[in-house]
Ligand binder design. Structure first.
Ligand SMILES: [Ca+2]
Ligand SMILES: [Ca+2]
Length: 260
């Protein structure tokens, strides 16, 4: 065989191996994402449908009543609870196979879909190290020694690189016994000393317009092997909490869908 021809064969073989490698790395997860279809219930505040890579807010009585008696995989406070039929009235009610009511307490997250959803169990604890919280407050022109009505922390390996990321949830809304000049709520992630904001709200209004954020669910809701985050923000009154689904895109959090 001539040397030149051999060289071309080697290049072609290398290109084919490269193409297969790229397909395995990117194509498979993209294909899984494209084919994934699911309906998720986030407490009583949001029902979202995902299919053909599009999110839909299921917020009409017609769409919602179609879900009655359908079975969902149900999680309470991020722990698997069981496979139950759901029925919507003033809230989601659960029923077992014999249509016996199943009571629950805590944050409900449920899905039905054509794939097994990866849902990350996590718990939050009180913040002990306020270094990054003070930095964020200062960056926003707020008193770094502010008092809080909420100061929670959790850590998990969000980007699956083998090291945990830290998540901070802080707020001073609905203060009782102290009177902040400005009301604020922040939810942010710290990865390798860098801060990435999910939610920020600052209000000079002395009223009760603010909302208290909560990191609700961490799950790969579109089956592309990367986690998404669901955040709720509760108002002072009995209004439905603002509910947002965040994707991690190009080193930043983006809202994929919200119930508002
Ligand atoms: Ca990580
Ligand atoms: Ca995902």
């Amino acid at each position: 065989m001539k040397k030149g021809r051999f060289k071309y064969i080697v290049i072609i073989v290398v290109l084919i191996i490269y193409a297969i490698g790229m397909y395995v790395i990117f194509g498979v997860s993209e294909k899984r994402e494209r084919e994934a279809s699911t309906t998720i219930l986030v407490g009583d505040s949001a029902v979202w449908n995902y299919s053909s890579r599009d999110w839909l807010n299921m917020n009409t009585p017609q769409l919602l009543s179609n879900l009655n008696w359908q079975t969902f995989d149900v999680y309470i406070d991020n722990e698997y609870f069981g496979n139950y039929s759901v029925w919507l009235d003033d809230k989601w009610y659960l029923f077992d196979q014999n249509k016996n009511a199943v009571s629950y307490q805590g944050n409900l997250f449920a899905y039905r879909g054509d794939f097994d959803m990866d849902i990350l169990p996590f718990t939050t604890t009180s913040i002990t190290d306020y270094t990054y919280v003070r930095m964020v407050l200062e960056d926003h022109g707020l008193d770094p020694n502010s008092q809080f009505t909420l100061a929670m922390f959790t850590s998990f390996d969000f980007d699956k690189d083998g090291a945990v990321e830290d998540f901070y949830i802080v707020s001073n809304v609905f203060a009782d016994g102290f009177f902040p000049e400005k009301y604020f709520s922040f939810v942010f992630m710290v990865d390798d000393g860098q801060t990435f904001m999910l939610y920020e709200d600052i209000d000079t209004n002395s009223g009760v317009n603010g909302c208290k954020p909560n990191l609700y669910t961490v799950a790969d809701v579109d089956n592309d092997s990367r986690y998404e985050l669901i955040l709720t923000c509760s108002k002072y009154s009995n209004q439905t909490p603002v509910t947002m689904l965040y994707e991690w895109e190009n080193q930043a959090f983006e809202i994929a869908i919200s119930n508002q």
